[in-house]
Design a protein around this ligand. Structure first.
Ligand SMILES: Cc1ncc(COP(=O)(O)O)c(C=O)c1O
Length: 421
């Protein structure tokens, strides 16, 4: 059915036999990067800290939505390397841009200007809603959020932060302090960082009560990733905007997972129609090279000068080249529209299979099941289809490349039909 160097995936659109596959035991880790979870870190050298649960598959190549393992077998990737493979795996244009830039100049720090860094900043500013126009580059999602919090605290002269239940913002001390989960809060507390004030998702009254003149920022994922592709209500996000305006508090949208075209517009802010003061991107922005970006309004960045923020590798020429190529591919191949179309097809198909609720937007979807999602994830894995779980054990999370095709969506649905049978 599918061409490739190795065995074809064994799910058919008519729902035929399942493949032999992993030997079971995928479990939900309810963790950030390990929200899939696997049997173990077995096979990893002892020198590596065993901090990640891992899928028992070893991909050696990738193309589009497909991974090829050591045996040459193909896997359909509806997890996208944790929402990173925005343009698909190893998109030739992105790879070419990386190679070409690496051959010219692999790296020089922000101690010198570089045209690609400037071009990428201009492009991002033009893609985000007004007045988000000032850009700072770093290397990861947590670092972007850390700097966003830093900007908000510096601008307001306040320290308190309000966060939303179910939110996940990273593993630096400041981002752990506003990430939902006892182990994260404990880690932040060990660093002496004050914890955020947490409000229940979509609870406008609680948000109103939590924000006062001591709050520097509300930080929120407009579509929460780890908690199960949970799209927060427009009312709640609009209220956050209004409350921030009333208290001169900064509104931070963490779009590390839900941004860069995944949720129906380039930014989730545009998709939901609420403009924050600071927005963060990472994951899919360079299709797999490490990058983080903070985009803020001139009002927030007023007074920021030399030495206030910094990062040796941030804005390096190779990730910038990869990000520019990613933006070109998203534009040229119509990937935002594709994410909307294919996301709707997946949601429709899942509902037709009896999935009781589908949350999320575009290609960040949570399928709310009537059984543990880890069991369904395992059954799909046995058919060489990779999906994610969420902190809600009943939610199967889909975060495939934005280039996921209708046919690939149908293959996934056929696998799901078998998994649910
Ligand atoms: C919404 C969100 N924010 C922040 C992060 C942290 O990003 P990173 O792992 O690149 O530091 C993640 C990672 O999963 C995320 O999903």
């Amino acid at each position: 059915m599918l061409t490739g160097p190795g065995r074809r995936i064994d799910v058919t659109l008519s729902g035929a036999k399942g493949a032999e596959g992993g030997d079971g035991l995928l479990r939900s880790a309810q963790d950030d990067n390990a929200d899939i979870a696997s049997m173990s870190t077995s096979g990893e050298p002892r020198a590596l800290l065993p901090v990640y649960a891992q899928f028992p598959v070893r991909p050696v190549r990738g193309h589009g939505s497909w991974l090829v393992d050591e045996e040459g077998d193909e896997w359909l990737d509806a997890y996208g390397g944790h929402a990173v493979a925005a343009t698909g795996h190893s998109h030739p244009d992105v790879v070419r841009a990386i190679v070409s830039q690496a051959e010219q100049l692999l790296f020089y720090s922000t101690a010198v200007a570089h045209p690609l860094r400037a071009e990428l900043a201009e492009r991002l500013a033009s893609l985000c809603p007004e007045p988000l126009k000032r850009v700072f580059f770093c290397n990861s999602g947590a670092e972007a959020n850390e700097n966003a919090l830093h900007l908000a605290r510096k601008r307001t002269g306040r320290s308190e932060v309000v966060s939303v239940a179910g939110g996940w913002h990273g593993r630096t001390a400041a981002t752990l302090a506003c990430t939902d989960g006892t182990r994260y809060e404990e880690a932040a507390s060990r660093s002496g960082i004050p914890l955020s004030r947490r409000v229940p998702a979509d609870d406008v009254a609680a948000l109103e009560a939590a924000v006062d003149g001591s709050v520097a920022a509300i930080i929120v994922e407009p579509v929460q990733g780890l908690s199960g592709a949970r799209d927060l209500s427009a009312d709640f996000l609009r209220a956050a905007r209004r409350i921030c305006d009333a208290h001169e508090t900064a509104l931070i949208f963490d779009e590390v997972q839900c941004g860069v075209g995944r949720c129906g517009a380039f930014s989730a802010a545009e998709a939901v129609g609420v403009v924050p003061d600071i927005l963060t991107f990472a994951k899919g922005l360079a299709s797999g090279l490490p990058i983080g970006a903070v985009i803020a309004t001139p009002a927030v960045t007023a007074g920021i000068g030399i030495g206030d923020l910094g990062s040796t590798f941030g804005g390096g020429p190779v990730p910038c080249a990869a990000a520019l190529a990613t933006l070109d591919v998203i534009d040229r191949e119509g990937l935002i529209e594709n994410a909307v179309r294919v996301g709707a097809r997946l949601a429709r198909g899942a509902r037709a299979l009896g999935v009781r609720q589908v949350s999320g937007r575009g290609l960040l979807l949570g399928l709310h099941l009537d059984r543990p999602a880890a069991l369904v994830q395992q059954a799909l894995f046995d058919r060489r289809i990779i999906t994610g779980t969420a902190s809600d054990p009943a939610v199967l999370r889909l975060l495939p490349p934005l280039s996921f095709s209708p046919r690939e969506a149908d293959l996934l649905l056929a696998g799901l039909e078998e998994a649910l049978a």
